[in-house]
Design a binder for this molecule. Structure first.
Ligand SMILES: [Zn+2]
Length: 303
């Protein structure tokens, strides 16, 4: 027992020491959290799936000037498409998907570009861009903490002549327009959005992206033509989106260990155009994604 005076000093020190900083409250799955002026919406989840929708926003606030460079056309109906996909994923799994929406029109902000092209030098737009990417990082970190991995799906719409899904693994057309043997030998899978999965799984990289159990083949079998896939293994000489800033930064970069994913570019006819076709996309794509996670990551949903 210390002498009384020392005891008093110890008690005073204990009382005077600052309380530990309060940790941020955990996000509630199924609840939305908004950034500045509600331009970014983060719908919190508890599944390992994170879906981003950067080009479906419609808001054109007067305090954010139109961007002067780059593409400013929105990906029509991709927010609605994402909501249908999320509803089906949640119905099948019993869990909640992490979703990040930009509600700004692409003429005000393009979150799928590095900050200079994205925000056109406007501080307000730059702030929203930072919030969008911080929300992705937070969602991916929450998924990794809970499941040991995360899978990012960045959802877009294209207007290319061929109405097929374009699956962007951060691999460009010329890289995919190789034979399976040449593709495997090239080693480019190590730079792709499936780099972590392939490093863990080994085997043929071509099989992973266009073999019978690939996402493209499963989607095509369900009735959504896609490239790369078994039936349509190479983009060929058609225009093709390889995967943009979001998947490059958050799923393909060397430091994104435990995060895989892809960009899904959807045609308008047959996929984005009508409520029926958007619902059909969800009904086909949701079980495919869950099957891919079960097979490759051992993920078993609660339901
Ligand atoms: Zn887009």
């Amino acid at each position: 027992m210390p002498p009384p005076r020392l005891l008093l000093v110890l008690i005073l020190l204990a009382v005077a020491s600052p309380a530990p900083a309060a940790a941020p409250a955990p996000k509630v799955p199924g609840q939305s959290y908004f950034g500045t002026a509600r331009h970014v919406e983060y719908l919190a989840g508890d599944l390992p799936l994170v879906i981003t929708v950067p080009h479906g926003g419609r808001a054109q606030p007067a305090d954010l000037p139109p961007r002067q460079k780059g593409v400013t056309v929105m990906d029509a109906n991709t927010q609605e498409l994402a909501r249908d996909l999320v509803a089906e994923l949640e119905r099948l799994s019993g869990g909640r998907v992490h979703v990040i929406f930009s509600h700004l029109h692409r003429s005000r902000l393009d979150p799928n570009r590095e900050i200079v092209e994205a925000a056109n030098g406007h501080p307000g737009a730059e702030q929203v861009w930072r919030e969008f990417h911080a929300a992705i990082e937070g969602a991916l970190a929450a998924a990794v903490a809970r499941h040991g991995f995360a899978f990012l799906v960045d959802l877009h719409g294209h207007a290319h002549p061929v109405a097929r899904l374009e699956l962007g693994y951060a691999l460009a057309g010329p890289q995919l327009n190789r034979s399976d043997a040449a593709f495997d030998a090239s080693g480019v899978i190590g730079l792709s959005t499936l780099a972590d999965l392939h490093a863990r799984r080994g085997g043929s990289a071509a099989d992973l992206i266009r073999g019978p159990r690939s996402l493209g083949s499963l989607l095509a079998a369900g009735g959504l033509p896609a490239t790369p896939s078994g039936p349509d293994p190479q983009p060929g000489d058609q225009p093709f989106f390889a995967g943009g800033y979001i998947v490059q930064r958050h799923a393909a970069a060397a430091e994104t260990r435990k995060v895989d994913g892809l960009q899904i570019e959807c045609p308008r006819p047959g996929v984005r155009d009508t409520p029926e076709n958007r619902a059909r996309f969800g009904r086909i794509t949701a079980p495919v994604l869950l099957e891919f996670l079960r097979e490759h990551y051992g993920f078993a949903p609660a339901r």
